[in-house]
Design a protein around this ligand. Structure first.
Ligand code: SIN
Ligand code: FE2
Length: 184
């Protein structure tokens, strides 16, 4: 799976996403694969689009190992359309948020972690609900689905040098999403 993601990153380089309105850079670097990719910048904010914001090229396809994982674990009868690839260096984190830029909420968000461990935080469906945190290790899969689909979640910190998988360290997180409603 790592080799497949390396190929994705060669075709669709990691870039620095910006927060809506402020243009403040996020600490993670991002790219996508799939027919749609999640992007954010100062002027146009959070959205899905079919092309890489820097190269203008279509995103590369989702690797088969990830599609197979979705088939096995998603309990959803249609394929994912987007796979967001987040790369965290030792200092990167991600604030508490909901994944709600999709139209289809019946599908889960399925996440795979590779490389260094992180402290993952998950709460309820409103921002002020209590949260719990736990460590995600390389190879762990998290599914935000069903009643948990819209739970707030984030990454508080990375544990540097906690996995030998990535030679230069860091953490990759891959999240598979169904974005649009399937044609009925
Ligand atoms: C995300 O919410 O997009 C990423 C979550 C993670 O890195 O585990
Ligand atoms: Fe998320």
């Amino acid at each position: 799976m790592l080799e497949a993601i390396r190929e994705v990153v060669r075709a669709a380089p990691l870039y620095v996403p910006q927060m809506p309105r402020t243009g403040r850079p996020m600490s993670v670097r991002m790219t996508n694969c799939g027919s749609l990719g999640w992007v954010t910048d100062r002027d146009r904010g959070y959205r899905y689009q079919p092309t890489h914001p820097a190269t203008g090229e279509p995103w590369p396809p989702i690797p088969s190992a990830l599609l197979e994982l979705w088939d096995r674990l998603s309990d959803y009868p249609h394929p994912p359309e987007a796979c967001l690839v987040n790369f965290y260096d030792d200092k990167a984190k991600m604030g508490l948020h909901q994944d709600r830029d999709e139209t289809e909420f019946a599908a889960p968000v399925l996440s795979v972690s590779l490389g260094d461990a992180c402290l993952f935080r998950v709460g309820g469906t409103t921002r002020n609900d209590p949260t719990t945190s736990f460590r995600l290790e390389s190879g762990d899969v998290v599914i935000l689905g069903g009643a948990g689909r819209l739970c707030f979640h984030g990454v508080d910190r990375i544990y540097p040098a906690s996995s030998p998988l990535l030679p230069k360290g860091g953490r990759l997180n891959l999240t598979l999403r169904r974005v649009t409603l399937p044609a009925s």
